[in-house]
Design a protein around this ligand. Structure first.
Ligand SMILES: O=C(O)CCC(=O)C(=O)O
Ligand SMILES: [Fe+2]
Length: 199
């Protein structure tokens, strides 16, 4: 029995390496995890500060981990809750595929097309140099945009399927930015999990 679908697409770009598993989870498993994570996660909506002004973050988030260490970004500090059984199971499969260990997962819930995640890189100091980030998606499909900071022609998008896994590695977090843009189209909720290793 195969534990995960290992069919993958390797994308090599200047200063970045991406590996995309479009159907990492079967649709049945993905349906299960989407429903469980939607209902069982301790979702919160934090305030963020952008150029001195305070806004509500345009999505819900949650942090789980076993490092006990807080994770800070955009003036938000999150303290991890203990991994649930579902998150541990997902983590084990993602670790096997990526040959990498993680101690933290950040969850995002995009409730509709108005929820988003602005241009940024996952380059916090505690992630170390050239962090490997593994991103699992469940629910509605949203395009994941990424662009090189300096090479203006390097601008791409990947449609992140229900049950997919995207691994970002190499120098990507130093040289590229990524986002989930808002859309006016009516769109169902999407959950994204980014597995990280916090030092
Ligand atoms: O929702 C996504 O696919 C991206 C999430 C993300 O970039 C992040 O949480 O840092
Ligand atoms: Fe990110």
């Amino acid at each position: 029995m195969r534990l995960f679908n290992s069919e993958k697409i390797q994308i090599n770009l200047p200063n970045a390496e991406l590996i995309y598993y479009p159907e990492f989870f079967s649709s049945k498993e993905a349906d299960h995890y989407f429903k469980e994570l939607l209902n069982q996660t301790n979702w919160r909506q934090d305030d963020i500060k952008v150029f001195g002004k305070t806004y509500q973050q345009p999505r819900l988030t949650a942090l789980y981990g076993d490092s006990g260490k807080p994770y800070s970004y955009s003036n938000i500090t999150m303290y991890p809750e203990i991994f649930t059984a579902d998150l541990k199971n997902i983590k084990t499969l993602v670790e096997e595929a990526s040959q990498h260990e993680f101690n933290t997962v950040l969850l995002n819930l995009y409730r509709n097309g108005q929820d988003s995640n602005g241009w940024h890189a996952d380059n916090e100091k505690e992630l170390g140099k050239n962090p490997l980030i593994a991103s699992v998606s469940f629910g509605a499909t949203r395009p994941f945009h990424f662009k090189h900071r300096k090479i203006k022609t390097e601008r791409h998008q990947l449609i992140l399927n229900h049950g997919s896994l995207l691994i970002m590695k190499g120098e990507m977090q130093h040289h590229w930015l990524h986002q989930i843009a808002k859309t006016k189209k009516p769109i169902a909720p999407r959950i994204n999990l980014t597995f990280r290793c916090i030092n």
